[in-house]
Design a protein around this ligand. Structure first.
Ligand SMILES: Nc1ncnc2c1ncn2[C@@H]1O[C@H](COP(=O)(O)OP(=O)(O)OP(=O)(O)O)[C@@H](O)[C@H]1O
Length: 370
């Protein structure tokens, strides 16, 4: 992603893309629109500010959010996460670039169409839940449906289903002040689901919750995603949250995306020193799969050892090998032997000496197809 890409490059929407973003910039400051494509575009943040008084919060970013994935936007404070996600529904107006939802040009939308985009096609879950204090749990959830013009009976029955779905059955008549932080966040989640959006947008929703509740809410998101396959864009500055939730992770730094890949690609093949440093303390065996760690089976190895799936983590394979007492586990894909992981393969991952450790291959990140 360099500053030399043409800002007006056409959007080629991948077949399964919900959002399609190309060469997107958001520059804050005087005469912001002169920055993209100019000699200033490649300056580091401090120099850009010095020379022009501007901040490039989002810097020439291109990606697709694919249907059904949890697309995590991760980075340290100030890296541009919130600005990027707010640009998706034009809560912040991008400076340049192209942006489409389901193939429709978002930048060409008029006010009515934008309202429709924000109310019906997307829903946002924030850290501060923004619940209506005088309404009950049920009415807070039904509120989104009121805007949609459903009848009262329909609203209440749909809201009751959603309250149950997020684990709040029995608390329908409470007011927000009578709920814990985690419960309030569940109401926020139910309210967002009520409008049945094509994409759920989460802006650091769980960062104010204590670690146990936070974990519970992450499980909730994983469960909802598994059950409904809903497309989600999830902002976090927390690496372990990103690794737990993300189908793919976009790692941001100074407004740009330094790496976009699956958790396994980011941890196993960091794109540069910055990413390497970022993922240094991650327990690799909990992220890397046996498909990455395995070697071809030798004669006689097809008969012995516990069977693991290619998408099992190395940690799971270590447990299987250790329990069975065999020297290796067989990696089985639908009844077919596709490889073997022995002690050396497994230890290499833990020690960080495996082939998966090298930088990303020049032809792009490794796709782990199983
Ligand atoms: N309205 C604004 N005017 C000027 N600069 C802004 C504005 N909003 C954001 N910025 C700057 O843009 C950069 C990216 O900010 P942004 O809030 O998107 O980062 P973030 O990664 O979401 O940070 P955090 O995790 O702290 O919320 C920062 O340098 C910030 O100071």
């Amino acid at each position: 992603m360099t500053a030399t890409q043409a800002p007006e490059a056409p959007v080629e929407t991948a077949e399964d893309a919900v959002f399609s973003v190309r060469n997107l910039w958001k520059v804050f400051g005087p005469k912001a629109d002169r920055i993209p494509g100019s000699e200033y575009a490649a300056l580091p943040p401090a120099e850009l500010r010095e020379a022009t008084g501007c901040t490039a919060a989002v810097r020439d970013v291109s990606f697709d959010v694919r249907k059904g994935e949890v697309f995590v936007v991760m980075g340290l404070s100030g890296s541009g996460k919130s600005t990027l996600v707010r640009c998706l529904t034009r809560l912040i107006e991008p400076t340049s670039g192209t942006l489409a939802i389901d193939g429709e040009d978002v930048l060409a939308m008029d006010r009515a169409r934008l309202r429709e985009l924000r109310r019906h096609r997307t829903a946002m879950v924030f850290q501060h839940f923004g619940l209506l204090p005088h309404r009950t749990v049920l009415d807070n959830v039904a509120y989104g449906l009121e805007i949609q013009g459903l009848s009262k009976a329909e609203r209440r029955s749909r809201a009751a289903e959603l309250v149950e779905k997020v684990g709040l059955a029995g608390l329908e008549d409470r007011r927000p002040s009578q709920l814990s932080g985690g419960q309030q966040q569940r109401v926020g989640l139910a309210r967002a689901l009520a409008v049945d959006p094509s994409v759920l947008l989460f802006d650091e929703p769980f960062s104010a919750l204590d670690p146990l509740i936070r974990r519970e809410m992450q499980d909730e998101v994983v469960r909802l995603h598994r059950e409904e396959g809903r497309t989600m864009v999830f902002i976090t500055h927390d690496l372990s949250e990103a690794l737990r939730l993300g189908t793919r992770i976009a790692l941001m730094r100074d407004g740009g995306i330094v790496q976009l890949g699956t958790p396994e690609e980011i941890v196993g093949s960091p794109a540069d020193d910055y990413v390497t440093e970022f993922v240094r303390d991650v327990p690799r065996e909990q992220v890397l799969t046996v498909a990455t760690a395995m070697r071809p089976a030798l004669a006689g190895e097809s008969e012995r050892g516990p069977a693991v799936r290619p998408d099992a983590t190395v940690s799971e394979a270590i447990e299987a090998v250790s329990r069975s007492g065999d020297p290796a586990a067989r990696v089985m894909d639908g009844g077919r032997l596709v490889g073997v992981v022995d002690h050396a393969c497994l230890l290499d991952v833990v020690a960080g000496t495996s082939a998966a450790d090298g930088p990303a291959a020049p032809d792009g990140p490794r796709e782990v197809t199983v």
